[in-house]
Each structure stands twice: as C-alpha cells, then as structure tokens.
Design a protein around this ligand. Structure first.
Ligand code: RBV
Length: 425
C-alpha cells in the first residue's frame, strides 16, 4: 500500500502552491466543469459516494477531482501512467478537502499498482478510469467490492476496447460508461487534443521543426486523423500507415501518402504511433530508418514501438536530451525515442497533456456520467454502456453558452417532417 503523496514529498508546501497555481489556471478555462460545479456545490448530489480514480494526475484532471469532491464525494486518485503525473498538482490535490492523491511521477510497475490498491482500499462506489487498470485490478483482486460498486466511467479508446473485450467474455460485472466514444469526447479530445498536444510535446522536447519533415502517422483513427491534420498544418509531408481498408482509403482521399510501414520506415523523419496495438514499429523498420529519426507514441500503452528489439540492435544508448533516448546502431545511425515510448503528449518532462479546453469537454462528460450513475445507476446492467445522448448534448450546450454561440432550433413543422416517413416527392 502507498502513502498519500503529501507524506512522500520533500517541500510539500511550495509544491502545493505551484500545483494550485496550475489548477487555478486550468479552472479559468474550464467553463463546463465550472458550471457543473455551481450546481454540485448547492445540491451536493454525490454525498456518501466514494469515487476511485486512475487518471493522468495533472492540472485539468485535478479540476475534475475537485469538482467531484465539491459535489460531496470522497475522492481517491492515482495516476494511469508512470510518467504523466505532475507531483506539484498531486500534492495540491491531496490538500483538497475530500480528496486523497496517491499519484507520483516516475513510479515503477510495482509502485504503480500499489497506488492503485491504495485507491481501491477506499472501497469506491464509483470508478473513473483512463485505460481500465482500476477496473481490472478490482475484478482480479477485489471482486468482493463489486456488489457495492454502482458503476464506472472510462476515458480512453484503449480502455473502452479492453472493457468491450471483457464484456464479450462476460467478465465485466458492473456497468461502465464509454466516455471515450461519445461525440463531445472523441471528436475533440482524440482529434484536436491528441493532434495538438503530441506535436507540441515533441517540438518542445526536441526543439526541432515540423516544416520540411516527413511525418509517418501509424493509425488513422480519431487520434491519427488529428495528428496527421496538425502535422500537415505545420508544413510537414504526412505519410499514413493503416491496416483497415476504409481508413486507408480515407487517408488517401484526404491527400496523404498511404503505404505499409515497411516502406514508410525509410522515408520518415518523425514516426508517431496512434494505433492502440502492439508491435507497430519493429526490428525490420528500425533497420531501414534514417539517421536522426524521432520515434514517439501517442497510444495509451507503450507497446507500439518495440523498444526491446531496438535495445538489442543498439551498440550504444544514451540520453540525448531530457526525454529523448538515443539508440546508436552498428552503422552509426541514431534513432531517438521520446518519453520511453509512452504517451508523448503526457510523458515527456515538459508535457502538459491535452489543451485545457478539450479536457473540459471530456471531463464535463465524466462529471455528468458520474451524476447519472448516482441518480440512475440501478437502471444499467453490468457491461459497457454508451453515454446517453441527452447528457452529451447537455455538455455541448453548456460549452456553447460559455462561448456565447447561439444556434437554431427545429420548428414544430420541421420536427414533424424529420419524424415522418410519409413525406416524399
Ligand atoms: N488525456 N488526459 C490529458 N489530463 O492532460 N491529456 C489527455 C490530461 C486523456 C485523453 O482523454 C485520452 O483519452 C487519454 O488521456 C489517454 O490516456
């Protein structure tokens, strides 16, 4: 079991101050959570609930945790990636009434899972996950808690993918909302968030330019689309690799070059994986790459680039810059891996995660989904559930109101027309 982060850090007070400053900044740009928080503070709808969270513990996530606590919940949180925690934010969050944070940056696998167990020790009634590690640990090691768990929410593509596989096997024993799959999340967070923050993190970590580069984007799902679009927008030539024929065709029609990784390997200056699958860049690709290439991953887990094979091929390896590990090949070529192949937008030393505005949307959905579980949890069977469309629209409307954007409403005649099949030529 891990101690809360505050017990574990030197100079906690100044860390807290810095963490609080980051949270205050994020909060100023999160009108959706701000609006929900006002009602939550008045009504305290989560009184008596214990919310266990495993998420990237940085400023925006901290604002979500604080919002859930403001609604009356007892919140226990840890990280969902060994490198994405901001210790100052974790310390500031741990000082918030009703919140305990166990997140530390740079934990090893054992410490990572110990912190998850510490969260589970709070006996959560609701889980909020990013990647499904919390749901998995509860089902594997603490199944006795499942009876009192109302439900959960899952933030990311990989987590939803794992949950659906678990559900198919009839192994998922409580309801979980697929927050990732709802429009207000994935059309913004996955596309714009991943696109902007991955490129920003790579640029800040390397101080290198996008213009004039050839960027190979592996995977043309929502994340890959965002990365490809933003890289092209920064004047890079973009190559897309895909395994799904319609996505390959979409990328082709969008104007990108599409080719197998075996060919792209020799062409690229920067490689960015977004597939959610393992072994996307492997030995045969490393062998074909040019000197000086950058290798980075934007998928949830560090399985897309085969670092063991790269390590075996290398005659030397050294830290070329903070967050950049160079692997030198026998022929002198250097292949540079960012953030140990972990989520590049969150795991480099300078990474800040997705921009605040998109996380406000994703976390706005998280907050209303938790409210739905508290209010109507009994109505949901164990298994993966789509976010009810009304909740997704509610969050969109709060955001539009905050932006001062007005939009049209259907007239009664239009609504009737849309609902009928009788109107023809
Ligand atoms: N993500 N969180 C952040 N807190 O800064 N940035 C990205 C943050 C989430 C995003 O929603 C994505 O689905 C997930 O991280 C991948 O782990």
């Amino acid at each position: 079991m891990t101690e809360p982060v505050s017990a574990d850090l030197a100079d906690v007070d100044s860390l807290r101050e810095e963490g609080r400053r980051k949270m205050d900044w994020a909060r100023q740009h999160m009108p959706i959570l701000g609006s929900l928080r006002e009602t939550f503070e008045d009504e305290r709808p989560f009184e008596g609930e214990r919310i266990g969270m495993a998420m990237h513990v940085e400023a925006k996530t901290a604002v979500l945790a604080e919002t859930l606590a403001a609604a009356g919940a007892e919140v226990a949180i840890t990280g969902c990636n060994p490198l994405s925690t901001h210790d100052d934010v974790s310390a500031a969050l741990d000082a918030v009434e009703g919140v305990t944070s166990y997140a530390r940056r740079g934990v090893d696998d054992e410490e990572y899972y110990e912190a998850i167990e510490s969260v589970i020790d709070h006996e959560p009634t609701i889980t909020v996950d990013d990647g499904m590690d919390l749901v998995a640990a509860i089902h594997e090691d603490y199944p006795e808690l499942i009876d009192t768990i109302v439900g959960g929410a899952e933030e990311t593509t990989t987590g939803v993918h794992r949950l659906r596989a678990m559900d198919e096997d009839d192994e998922l024993d409580y309801p979980v909302f697929a927050v990732n799959d709802t429009p207000m999340k994935r059309l913004f967070d996955n596309v714009h968030g991943t696109g902007e923050s991955s490129l920003a993190s790579i640029a800040m970590t390397t101080n290198l330019s996008w213009a004039g580069k050839t960027v190979v984007v592996a995977g043309y799902g929502y994340c890959g689309k965002g990365v490809a679009k933003k890289a092209a927008g920064q004047n890079a030539d973009v190559i897309v690799t895909e395994v799904e024929p319609r996505r390959a065709l979409e990328a082709h029609m969008e104007g990108y070059e599409v080719m197998p990784m075996a060919e792209a390997a020799a062409e690229g200056d920067v490689f960015l994986t977004t597939t959610g699958n393992r072994d996307v860049i492997v030995e045969e690709h490393f062998e074909a790459m040019q000197d000086g290439v950058l290798l980075a991953n934007a998928g949830h887990f560090d399985v897309e680039i085969d670092l063991d094979a790269l390590d075996d091929l290398a005659v030397d390896s050294y830290e070329a810059r903070d967050g950049v590990q160079a692997y030198e090949m026998a022929d002198g070529r250097r292949l540079n891996v960012l953030a140990e192949g972990r989520l590049v937008n969150l795991a480099t030393p300078v990474a800040l995660g997705h921009p605040v505005e998109v996380m406000d949307q994703s976390f706005g959905i998280q907050a209303v989904v938790v409210r739905e579980l508290v209010e109507n949890g009994d109505a949901y069977e164990p298994g993966v559930h789509d976010v009810p469309d009304e909740l997704d629209k509610e969050v969109a409307e709060i955001k539009l109101a905050a932006e001062g954007v007005e939009f049209d409403e259907l007239t009664d005649t239009q609504a009737e027309y849309m609902d009928s099949w009788q109107h023809g030529t």
